[in-house]
Design a protein around this ligand. Structure first.
Ligand SMILES: *Cc1c(COP(=O)(O)O)cnc(C)c1O
Length: 439
């Protein structure tokens, strides 16, 4: 990094510190009774207006609430496919349903292993267990918070039936390395892009690079219909299989809703109401994504100047971060050894909502219980189930879970001044880190 960049960052940080400096060394932490840096709330979510109201009322009054009667889900699928550049889009009831449908379309089931990251939302793991397959955890790259794809190949066995990389927080997994291994070993890739709407890898939308790509439109996500999901694929065959699976085994077109079955299936369908909300929310998606990017860039610059704070890095191939989360590492060495919980408590008291994010999912006792269940013991050799524990080592992820701090995407929809106050609050805590002892 050149001098000029460093100086520019310093000036930006110092400028922002007009606010920050006022709190520097002599002002009391809010958690200890001092004045908080900020009292105003951050922007609320979801953002709604007449497009949402009109879309919902239209579906309501039409009486066509089911995708088999109306055309709104079809319209959403077409638009989302166009937006992402995917050949096919299948709308589903949730992101979990999208992952579940993908695994079924790809015939992943009992006897199979699926490579997953330990740093993700639990749904990524649950769908593997629902298929009576075994989740094999691949450690995390602590710098980026993403699956460490250099550890994928050593984890592959003859049972490996799929890899589920998660574009965590909206930034892409290293897809060059991952796809090279997957192609070499002929293993399908199910991208979990549930947090990565409009995220890109080398100019292509994430969710279109793997065998399938899965999205969530659950209430917290950057594209929101309360619940909802989608599967993207460029394969005609998989699109048909996924459609049939999500529609009780009934195919598309004539006979789609008659009693003729192609395969085992489920009902994972989206309602017309959800699709109407998504079409309305999509009119705001690009503008919101741009605002998050701008604010995140400004905040990253300011926070990285603070000793002990390291914002999650992205791979150079990640040409667009969707910023579902703004994530950084807190190094207690630079904060008088104060544990993460105290830092979070102090930051919240300054008026900045934050959390510690995920716990290490590979250590969840329920997973071991499932692997020890009667069904799993019938399917898998005892030796294999025993080896699972030896293989299940993710030391970098364990460390990350003790250092991670998350801010939510809605905070990034605020103003530049909001970002300055976030940085000011962290700077204030840093300057008074010794006082965290009495928190
Ligand atoms: C939200 C999410 C899911 C599940 O989506 P739902 O719509 O809540 O079922 C799966 N994976 C990740 C990474 C998520 O963030």
């Amino acid at each position: 990094m050149g001098d000029s960049v460093t100086r520019r960052q310093f000036v930006a940080a110092a400028g922002a510190g007009g606010l920050g400096l006022a709190y520097a060394s002599n002002s009391r932490l809010a958690v200890l009774g001092g004045e908080p840096v900020r009292k105003a709330p951050f922007p609320s979510w979801p953002v709604i207006g007449s497009p949402e109201e009109n879309g919902l009322l239209e579906v309501l009054r039409s009486g066509k609430w089911f995708r088999g009667y109306g055309d709104v889900v079809n319209r959403f699928e077409k638009q989302y496919a166009e937006l992402t550049g995917a050949r096919h889009c299948l709308a589903t009831a949730s992101g979990t349903a999208a992952l579940f449908t993908s695994l079924n379309a790809l015939d992943v089931g009992p006897g199979d292993e699926v490579l997953v990251p330990p740093y993700t939302f639990i749904a990524t793991i649950n769908v593997v267990l629902l298929q009576h397959a075994i989740p094999i955890f691949v450690d995390t790259d602590i710098e980026t918070f993403q699956m460490d794809v250099t550890k994928v190949e050593p984890a592959i066995t003859e049972r490996t039936a799929a890899i589920i990389p998660v574009h965590l927080g909206g930034a892409a997994v290293n897809m060059d390395t991952l796809l090279a291994v997957a192609q070499k070993r002929k293993i399908p890739v199910i991208e979990d892009a549930c947090q990565a709407h409009l995220g890109e890898w080398r100019g292509k939308k994430v969710g279109t690079l793997g065998t399938t790509g899965c999205f969530s439109f659950q209430a917290s996500k950057n594209l929101n219909s309360g619940e909802g999901g989608a599967v993207l694929t460029n394969s005609d065959e998989l699109a048909e299989k996924a459609y049939a699976f999500h529609n009780n085994g009934r195919g598309r077109g004539v006979g789609g809703y008659t009693f003729s079955y192609r395969a085992q299936g489920s009902n994972e369908r989206m309602t017309e109401f959800q699709a109407a909300l998504l079409l309305a929310q999509m009119t705001r998606l690009e503008e919101q994504a741009r605002l998050r990017e701008q604010n995140a860039a400004y905040l990253t610059q300011m926070l990285n100047e603070i000793p002990g704070i390291q914002v999650a890095k992205t791979y150079s191939g990640c040409t667009r971060n969707a910023y579902h989360l703004f994530m950084f590492r807190y190094r207690k060495e630079a904060f008088a050894e104060a544990p993460l919980e105290k830092f979070l408590k102090a930051l919240r008291a300054e008026g900045i909502p934050c959390s510690a994010g995920y716990s290490p999912l590979n250590k969840e006792p329920f997973i071991k219980n499932v692997l020890n269940s009667k069904g799993y013991r019938r399917i898998y050799p005892e030796k294999l189930l025993k080896q699972w524990e030896e293989r299940n080592q993710c030391p970098m992820n364990d460390r990350l879970c003790q250092e991670a701090v998350w801010l939510t995407q809605t905070m990034l929809l605020g103003t530049r001044q909001d970002m300055e106050q976030i940085a000011a609050a962290v700077r204030k805590i840093q300057a008074n880190a010794g006082d965290l002892r009495s928190v």
